[in-house]
Design a protein around this ligand. Sequence first.
Ligand code: PFF
Length: 453
Amino acid sequence: MTKQASESRAGERFSSTGFIIAAIGSAVGLGNMWKFPYITGKYGGAAFFLVFIICLLLVGLPVLLAEMAIGRGGRGDAATSFRNLSRNKVWSGFGFLSIVGSFMILSFYAVVAGWTLKYGLQSFTGSLYANPDYAAVFGAYAGSLQPIAWQALVLLLTGWVVARGVSGGIESFNKVLIPGLLILLIILMIRGLTLPGAGAGVSFFLEPDFSKLTPTSILVALGHAFFSLSLGMGTMLTYGAYVDRRQSLGSATLAIGAGDLLYALLAGLIIFPTSFAFGLEPAQGPGLIFAVLPAAFASMPLGAFFGGLFFLLLAIAAITSTVSLLEVSVAYSMRRWSFSRPKATALTATACFLVGIPAALSVGGPLGDLVIGGRTYFDWLDFIASNIILPLGGLAVTLFVGYAWKRVGDEVGLSALWFRIWLILVRYVAPVLVVFVFLFSTGIFRVLFGWGE
Ligand code: PFF
């Protein structure tokens, strides 16, 4: 790294708790609050949740530690860190690919985050409950031009945080909102658990029935462990570059994993009891939150208030994740083109907005009928980023720390025993399982064995 680059990065550091909170902010997002409940509903309830925890421990956490170590060891953006650690260009090529992937995720994730902001506002004002056909209301909104404005608002907020820098922006923002999120989750969990009939939802979520597990559900859980911990996209690597050398990455890994799991658990303890109490079907798929849950809020006392809190909570969780996604491209463009942070932020957020416009219009909107190869524009962005680039990025991380980076032991700082266990997991277990996820999520397993949706 040049002297100038290291000086310009001097103010760009996390405090040790700030880093853990910001990384939890990245991990906890729509994946926990929106995707996790409906895939749990669809793929086996409590048994699925248990498999998800095992995947988190065996693959998610070891890869998380690996990504953060590359960032801190390489002290650069997601491509440069690899280059600073190895002369072989293949690795920085994968790093660059993950930057492209995070940009693509951000462009459609901001659209969904925009829906949550709009729903939150409408719930507080009560207008969300004017027409009880919630599926039709959601369809009409998603089919209009409005989602573009909400997507723009999400990117403006995200850009505002990122432009203020690592400690003054990202860290300060997360330090306020992540504890705030916990309070909101607890309030809504108490509300959900005290509804009459909530018990059925709790047993669905927490009492495993292993006969419900299939190879498909195991692979979905594995893929979700990656998405949920924000792996394979350069985010944890980029955040890792701002961590102090003295901080223990091993303890940080455990804290981030525990945080991600806790927030997913709380989200499940809100959504399942609330849905069951009102006789709603939890295996509804992506529409669960927007098209189904408003019916529950509409029929509970102070429902507009609780519904508003719920969608606000989703929006906060989403924006602490979009901040980490935008930072990946911002860090890269600051280094690549020597842009100032505000300029890099303005340009990348604008580019992301433009790439995301067709996504905002393709969920039942004007571009909804433009289906190529069975997928809309939105679905393609999600498919390429989450199903192809994410496993490839994760694989590159495990192979790099497992086989190419000889001095990784100095960086991770684990005790001898834990280091040996970790090395076995990143060398042998994680790569094999990531290849499975790749074959599954790209549809290759479906062709071969019929595993898949
Ligand atoms: N982990 C986030 C969630 O669960 O919603 C999503 C995410 C953020 C994925 C950042 C990937 C990423 F790089």
